[in-house]
Design a protein around this ligand. Structure first.
Ligand SMILES: Cc1cc2nc3c(=O)[nH]c(=O)nc-3n(C[C@H](O)[C@H](O)[C@H](O)COP(=O)(O)OP(=O)(O)OC[C@H]3O[C@@H](n4cnc5c(N)ncnc54)[C@H](O)[C@@H]3O)c2cc1C
Length: 255
């Protein structure tokens, strides 16, 4: 097959957070440009078809870097992800050169409430890293205010984004980060928020108290969280056109 329009990225490192959750660091041949929040189309060559087997993945790293970061969950019955886990460091992963997506910062608002399940934090990490860089470079004068709610069953599934985003939130007063776990009884040492993202969303939105006519909402990851959280944001008073979503998959309806 014609692979013009694709680049071979090198798998530099896979950092496991759980058996089925990992951060993948991939090195592109040259810096990759995109808007923070967008996704890349990644895959491996499928010998059976002679074509790359491709899936979309949100980029967690900031634009303009050759070293790219992705937070990926392995779906055991899936076609691509079990194969990603089989790759050794140094292996090639194909990426479509054009990165796309409309799940980017809505600059019509100054306040941004971002809800994610597990790997759905990727776009927000990219947005936050990019904003810090823009502020440091003087390219952005007034930071957008950001609150990230990040949920999983267990804290270890949130990976190294907990220490990173917690430290950034301590450093930057425009950023709040609230990790939350829905199975706290499995880890008695967890002192943070408990409950699903959609269960604690309204409490944190009200506590934060942004002007609702200047606030955009974002939901990313698991479709169930997205459907519930969007209803909560709408009932809280956010207009529909500033509520944005990135559903990572569609749930199969069992017969
Ligand atoms: C815009 C976009 C961005 C995405 N970004 C990310 C990302 O950053 N990280 C990430 O891990 N995934 C992300 N995904 C999901 C990803 O594209 C794949 O769907 C996922 O990795 C499964 O691929 P697969 O080939 O292994 O499984 P498939 O063979 O494609 O799917 C097998 C079955 O599993 C279901 N399924 C897919 N994902 C899940 C899941 N997480 N949990 C339960 N069931 C699932 C599918 O609906 C399907 O029924 C994104 C999806 C979209 C649309």
């Amino acid at each position: 097959m014609d692979l013009s329009g694709y680049s071979a990225l090198t798998l530099v490192e896979r950092i496991d957070f759980a058996d089925d959750l990992a951060l993948f660091r991939l090195k592109a041949p040259s810096p990759v440009d995109f808007k923070p929040g967008q996704y890349a189309t990644l895959g491996v060559m499928d010998d059976a078809t002679g074509r790359p087997l491709l899936r979309p993945y949100s980029v967690a790293s900031a634009p303009g870097e050759a070293m790219m970061e992705f937070f990926i969950e392995r779906v055991d019955e899936g076609k691509l992800t079990p194969r990603l886990w089989e790759l050794e460091e140094g292996a090639d992963i194909w990426m479509r050169d054009k990165l796309v997506g409309r799940f980017v910062l809505d600059t019509s608002c100054r306040h941004h409430l971002m809800a994610a399940t597990v790997t759905g934090v990727g776009p927000y990490v990219s947005i936050v890293r990019d904003q810090i860089r823009a502020l440091e470079a003087g390219a952005l004068e007034t930071p957008y205010r950001v609150m990230i709610l990040h949920g999983a069953s267990h804290s270890w599934e949130l990976g190294r984004y907990v220490p990173e985003l917690t430290a950034l939130a301590d450093e930057h007063d425009w950023l709040s980060y609230i990790p939350t776990v829905s199975r706290p009884w499995d880890e008695t040492e967890w002192a943070g928020e408990t409950g699903r993202v959609e269960d604690v969303l309204r409490k944190h939105l009200d506590g934060w108290g942004p002007p609702l006519d200047d606030t955009a909402g974002y939901t990313c990851g698991h479709p169930q969280m997205i459907d519930k959280a969007q209803g909560i944001l709408e009932r809280a008073g956010l207009p529909e056109d500033v509520i944005h979503e990135e559903k990572y998959f569609v749930e199969r309806v069992s017969a």
